[in-house]
Design a protein around this ligand. Sequence first.
Ligand SMILES: Cc1ncc(COP(=O)(O)O)c(C=O)c1O
Length: 409
Amino acid sequence: MRGGRLHDGKLPGEKLQGGAGMRLGLQTRAVHAGEPNRHGVGGPVATNVCHSSTFTFSSVAEMKKWAEGKSKAYIYTRYGNPTLAVAEKKIAALEGAEAAVVTASGMAAISSALLGALKTGDEVISTADLYGGSYRLMRDVFPDMGIKVHLVGTDLAGMEELVSAKTKVIYVETPTNPTLRLVDLRRVIAFAKKHKLVSMIDNTFATPLQQQPIAMGFDMVVHSATKYLGGHSDIIAGAAAGSAAWMKRVQQMVIYLGGSMDPGAAYLLIRGMKTIGLRMERQSANTLAVARYLEKHPKVARVYYPGLRSHPDHVLAKRQMSGFGAMMAFDLKGGLAAARRFCERVRIFLLAASLGGVESLVILPIYSSHYDMSMKELARVGVSPGTVRMSVGIEDVGDLIGDLEWALG
Ligand SMILES: Cc1ncc(COP(=O)(O)O)c(C=O)c1O
């Protein structure tokens, strides 16, 4: 696995300041990557947060150098900030990317990454199965900008017929929100290489702990860092990762469009990321137990979780992921009415949008991520009105299953 930079610019595969020179694991990178040198006397172990919006210069000559691109000094937080830089180095190290850019939200990362790679007249091929906000961006915004969007299913059927000289980007999300379908990453990479397309993936659900698209050959990864990277439901944040050249273009878009991250959010993101390995391990184990329980429940019609053998993409999940994630969905035999009742009866699971935090959440996608979609659009991505999406947290699994038993009883 290729690595991002650790403190002092060292790569994860290199010797870590007097360490054994071994390749560093992902949880070690989550704790240490990007942080300043912490081997001096009296230095803080926790990351400093730099709340300043602007930065001083010692002379006009120094500012002139900055304006001419000859100096990397910080000037203004929309252009960069030391706390944002720590978050970016940590994400790059986790994703095994050369560089990363943090943004004000996942949508800021997605729109800035796509607009960094597309212009009027270009075309993009995307899976229709996407987080609703990404789907609505493709459906409602890009066509008005003269960017044509072709949608395909997660099986990528018909993609060869859609490609033309105008096609510039292939964009996928896997596992998908909310039905947890998977896209074959190797096929996407081969297709992108064959047609010289920029390959982009939303890695929010899998996280770099369980899926490493850059090592497999993807050009860019985007995240809603609001979710598992942050992990505590206390920030709105986003990130993109990839080559230094691509990240320069994404950063430029963030500077133009203004989707930069606040240093306070960056601090919480850094703090959250330090425990991502532990959280993913616990949350995934809880999810598998909950999915197995629900699969056997007489009132449940269908469970969507790639960790279950019954899931249509279980084999693919085992091939391209190192875990099955902590998101799942299910349909009740009683349809929408039963789903509404269930969502209002749970006590430990909270009825709330978003996902990826330490607390377990339930929602109905038709009234949250997938609002403003026709029945035809919902059917295309396998969402029924009664589909319940669950983000499983770190609580004691017996309590979670007890809550489900009560709510379904
Ligand atoms: C998979 C996925 N990508 C992107 C987003 C958008 O992220 P944000 O809400 O941080 O803008 C979400 C939000 O729910 C999501 O679930």
